[in-house]
Design a protein around this ligand. Structure first.
Ligand code: NAD
Length: 472
């Protein structure tokens, strides 16, 4: 049987229209919030190591200028299209609105296979892409601030920051032109694992209320739940690690581009990663069964499925075979409209991407703030906090005549450092955003989390237009 598949843009558009119908906002305003404000399409030559030239296609879409700068990742992907970049930029606008991050949404990318390029080609490509963005005013601390996404990471962000700085000399805040930079180049503690940790916090929130979970055939809590993760890149690896170590979940299946492995008694994520580093593949990992193809992992018997690779992984073709009760969308757009319809009819709980993977942009926001203020969080306060905690503890010990045990003392005295601020800001954001989605679902009588999340985003963006007097 053949199934039609919705493109990511079609799915995002369907989700938007469905949520918009609940808001009661005027059609003109809804059309403005949906529209992508500007798109830059580029074609430029990049030299291979052997001297041959390849002309690559690249994009940057700024979906919404209702708040500036715009913000969103850069992906390197072989099948990238302009529509996909626009859809991802739109998701960024909604993500920022849901989490209260004061940016508009953007996204960029290059149509290239990140697994098939040399380091030299990668650097020339990234620097040329950044130079194109500078030339067209599509990058800058107050304009548009990229970040890592599929196929890119700290190294690419460092090249972008360096290219921007050399082309815009004398700018005090130039480090804030991009986030996800290495720590030694004005990055922030905790950015690398932020999206994966946010995924963990989001799943924790969604599984926190037993009464809400009964309809999905679920009990509360992560501990002991069987988890499958697809994609062991930045997001998937960290999500899997936090679920295993902090959540005490059992990782029963892992999928990568080369295939998948399973073990109903649990897999150790780091041991599998080490094996992949040594052999170049997760296949034939000794303490697991190797599955036929990466897609097979999605249909494994488990409680929580975490797609963390790319979009359109669950469609009408396989949604009926998904056994997980919770699908936690760590990737952007892993379920298309038809796939979602089938899963919802089967009472599956879908924790939507616009909420669940917002940890990355949240901590990117903190990094941008750090770059603008030119000081590490906690630099000025930590010593003062520790001194006053020590004094306070001394007073209590003197008044009570009792000594606090040494093992507790360090924790009580500790003054907050950058990583503590980042983790606390991230946890708070994920907890309160979930509560806001839940409230929206209740007040607007919306049955599923994605529609509620989109409706919340639409209403929040609409508020900024109304406040500016642009729409009544
Ligand atoms: P990444 O490049 O670090 O990792 C992606 C991994 O998925 C790679 O290891 C790749 O080999 C693997 N993969 C590709 N196709 C696969 C398949 N069919 N089956 C199994 N594995 C496959 O990318 P990332 O930054 O982790 O991004 C993953 C997803 O998360 C994307 O949808 C991205 O848009 C989204 N996301 C990323 C961030 C971030 O901070 N990096 C933030 C929000 C959302």
């Amino acid at each position: 049987m053949s199934h039609s598949r919705r493109s990511l843009w079609e799915s995002v558009s369907d989700f938007y229209d469905r949520a918009a119908a609940y808001t009661g906002l005027p059609p003109g305003l809804l059309a403005e919030i949906k529209a992508c404000n500007s798109v830059l399409r580029m074609r430029f030559p990049v030299k291979h190591d052997d001297g041959t030239i390849e002309v690559v296609e690249a994009f940057r879409a700024e979906h919404s200028h209702h708040r500036l700068p715009t913000k969103g990742g850069i992906r390197f992907s072989p099948d990238l299209t302009q529509d996909e970049v626009i859809a991802l930029a739109a998701l960024m606008t909604y993500k920022c609105a849901i989490t209260g991050v004061p940016f508009g949404g953007a996204k960029g990318g290059v149509r290239i296979d990140p697994h098939k390029i040399s380091d030299g080609f990668r650097e020339r490509l990234t620097r040329r892409y950044a130079a194109e963005l500078v030339a067209k005013n599509f990058i800058g601390p107050a304009v548009d601030v990229p970040a890592p996404d599929y196929g890119t990471g700290e190294r690419e962000m460092a090249w972008i920051a360096d290219t921007f700085r050399s082309l815009s000399p004398g700018q005090l805040h130039s480090a804030a032109c991009v986030t996800g930079k290495p720590l030694s180049l004005h990055g922030i503690h905790g950015r690398k694992e932020a999206t994966g940790l946010g995924v963990y916090y989001g799943i924790q929130e969604a599984l926190s209320r037993g009464d809400e979970l009964k309809a999905h055939g679920l009990t509360a809590g992560i501990e002991g739940k069987r988890v499958v993760v697809q994609g062991l890149g930045n997001v998937g690896y960290h999500a899997a690690k936090f679920l295993q170590h902090q959540g005490k979940a059992i990782i029963v299946g892992l999928a990568e581009i080369e295939g998948a492995i399973a073990n109903p008694n649990g897999l150790d994520v780091d041991a599998v990663m080490e094996f992949r580093q040594q052999t170049g593949s997760i296949l034939n990992y000794p303490r697991a069964t190797t599955l036929a193809g990466t897609a097979a992992a999605l249909e494994l018997d488990c409680d929580i499925l975490v797609p963390a690779a790319l979009e359109n992984q669950i469609t009408a073709a396989n949604a009926g075979a998904i056994r997980a009760r919770v699908i936690a969308e760590a990737a952007n757009g892993p379920i298309d409209t038809e796939g979602e319809r089938i899963l919802l009819a089967r009472d599956r709980l879908i924790i939507p991407d616009v909420y669940l993977n917002a940890g990355g942009v949240t901590v990117s926001y903190f990094e941008w703030l750090k770059n603008l203020s030119h000081v590490r969080f906690g630099r000025i306060t930590a010593y003062h906090e520790e001194t006053s905690h020590r004094r306070f503890l001394g007073t209590i010990e003197r008044l009570t005549g009792k000594q606090v045990p040494d093992e507790e003392r360090a924790g009580l005295i500790h003054g907050a450092r950058e990583i503590d601020f980042v983790r606390s800001g991230l946890a708070d954001t994920m907890i309160s955003a979930y509560e806001d989605i839940r409230k929206t679902a209740r007040t607007m009588k919306i049955p599923d989390l994605r529609t509620a999340a989109f409706a919340l985003a639409i209403v929040r963006v609409a508020e900024t237009y109304k406040a500016a007097g642009i729409f009544p």
